[in-house]
Design a protein around this ligand. Sequence first.
Ligand code: ATP
Length: 363
Amino acid sequence: MKIKLENISRVFQEIKAVDNLNIEIKDGSLLSILGPSGCGKSTTLSLISGLDHPTDGDIYFDNVNVSDVLAEDRNIGMVFQDYALYPHMSAQDNIAFPLKMKGMKKRDRLIEVQKISKLLHINDLLKRKPGKLSGGQQQRVAIARALVKEPDLLLLDEPLSNLDARLRIKLRDDIKSLQKKLNITTIFVTHDQEEAMSISDKILLLNKGKLVQYGSPMDLYLAPNNIFTGKFLGNPPMNLAKANKIHNEIFFDDSDIKLNSDNYKINCPDIKLFKSDEKANLTIGIRPEDLYIDSNGPIKSNIKSIQTLGKEAYIKFDLGNESWICSSNWNRELKVGDTISFQAKLIHIFFENLDKYNEINGA
Ligand code: ATP
């Protein structure tokens, strides 16, 4: 099912939880709604589910306006962070519950439960009550319960947050392959950028209720069109510096670093504007993995610390007021205090003032 949100807003007293959202979600795709705490992810999901209603705007399911359709009539499956299973019922009865509500006969219910349980690898656990299941198993039961009635849309609100790191990775891979197998349009809420990157066809990045950027994970990662996207995706986060440009030279404001823009691959939301002769109030972004050690490199500083992580190391250094990181192969000859030069592979240019950005969003 195709979903369209048209000028959707949700205001609580004076808080704009969702602020004029316009997006289309392709049939059979997996969308992640990503953003920091309080950005409006859960509110957006509630509006799509029909559990809450927009103050303004309309929601369409396959071109039908469902704004006035009740949640129970939208044929949606929902999964929450806390599983929300009935503790006194077996896994089997939990999964069968929506079918019972629909009036399906017991024998048919059992067939459907068996089918979905196999897909989720829980067919051996059906007799157990939730208290006798691990967190990951309980979440599989909750997903099975959401899918058993063959919904047109699956909504998942931070479904993996209560699980440990390894289990999260396993279950997110399983959710993705199940979603593709069933070809069900799915919306997945998360605040974890890595989770969103790994699972989604598209990411909707929100901040303070507003759409910041909407596109494929690689679009957002390789071609962020603003500082917020550049910083929110990627770990360690993108290195940033204030700069200005004259002809083809980029001058960093708080250090004596100068880059010739002709020598670099550049991502910029408006490259024509960037190429216009002079430009002040720029922010330059370079990802830690796009920096590499090169004795002729133009970015020179002293190593402040080295954090070794096994296959790679984070080399930290200061550029003016900003703390930068180069993510590099571990080299045991490098020492704290060494003066070292870096070269860059890809440079992001934002037409935003970094001080103003930090003032509004926090450094
Ligand atoms: P989190 O990741 O912390 O769950 P979120 O991105 O899901 O956050 P929402 O829960 O959608 O954010 O909340 C968005 C904003 O709306 C927040 O400022 C929140 O305090 C506010 N808000 C949400 N629900 C209500 C409500 N029922 N009444 C008043 N304000 C609300």
